[in-house]
Design a binder for this molecule. Sequence first.
Ligand code: C5P
Length: 411
Amino acid sequence: MSERSELQGKHIVLGLTGGIACYKSAEFVRLLTKAGATVQVVMTEAAEAFITPVTMQALSGRPVVTSQWDAREPNNMAHINLSREADAIVLAPASADFIARLVQGRADELLSLMCLARPRETCPLLVAPAMNREMWSHPATQRNVAQLAQDGALILGPGCGDQACGEVGDGRMLEPEELLADLIAFFQPKVLRGHRLLITAGPTFEPIDPVRGITNHSSGKMGFALARAAREAGADVTLVAGPVHLPTPRGVQRRNVTTAQQMYDTVLPLAAEHDVFIATAAVADWRPATSAEHKIKKEGKKTVPSFELTENPDILAAVAALPAPPYCVGFAAESEHLLEHARAKLARKKIPLIVGNLGPATFGRDDNALLLVDASDHQALPPDGSRADKLTLARSLMQELAQRLQAVKTA
Ligand code: C5P
């Protein structure tokens, strides 16, 4: 699934309140519409001091609503009509004052009136605070935010960093890309809530000397998609990544490593804290027995250098052999006979599930086709044997995993 269609069919009411972060809301509207959502912007009077309704109308393609006395509504009930059509209300930016008003259940202008009048079962409220760090850390704001969350709102952020006032700290509104990722995640079913997933991803790099090494074509995309999908499904996720230049999915704890040994040393102590381990990484099977301290020089040498290789530890097998192992999922990247190789790997590593894929057809690509193999059965993902993008596959795999975890629990 491309980002273009992630919010297809969703209608979002975007509420702007007074704050300099309103400039980011213009970009946020563009991202929402690019992702397929329709957007209705509602602005408070204070928001209009920071950005004009003209800008927001042009970007959303709909007239902005600013007043509960807007006579364009046939029944003159904008606050009811707007929230009945919405799949979610997102307040970005939400000022300290506006959050306080929500907590009090105030209803003397359109946006707060609409939030109060929304059908809470069908129209969730997502709130992205934006304010100076002192305002954010003030006990009054912290009390209000906690109360708002208790009343059922989802608080997005805030971020930390430079503030428009020149100070540095917590209270910045999240960036538009972060808001979009959080909103997309919000709509995913929370099938892994309460679970803790440890995921390895990417290649490893085994140094020969300070400038050369042994590695492979793994891009890390599948493992990163799994980490994102697991987080979207409500799990706590730790991602141990080999050397790749991919952004960390929102809300995922990332640990960077280079070599297989480092990956092993990082994963093993973490395994006990997680109830699922997914080994997506294409770990180098061998490494040079010794790594030269300085670059091996060509000049003046008559013979080509030769290296002795030594075996790397098998991370997945080691985790599976722990006294109380997490539920282990392995990956098999093969070039032929996928099912046979996957079955053999399942037995060799003593794990309940292997996900097979064809190496040349997955490395570096955005799409893939998977074969789920357990002791008794196998099934293709997508089920019709076609290909799908890695995030879609990762989400399907999380649904599948949730069912298998449930089956293990009730067995
Ligand atoms: O052993 P083989 O490479 O055939 O198996 C692949 C699976 O084992 C993958 O899940 C991979 O992440 C994992 N693996 C590992 N440590 C190794 C080699 C592979 O965790 N040293």
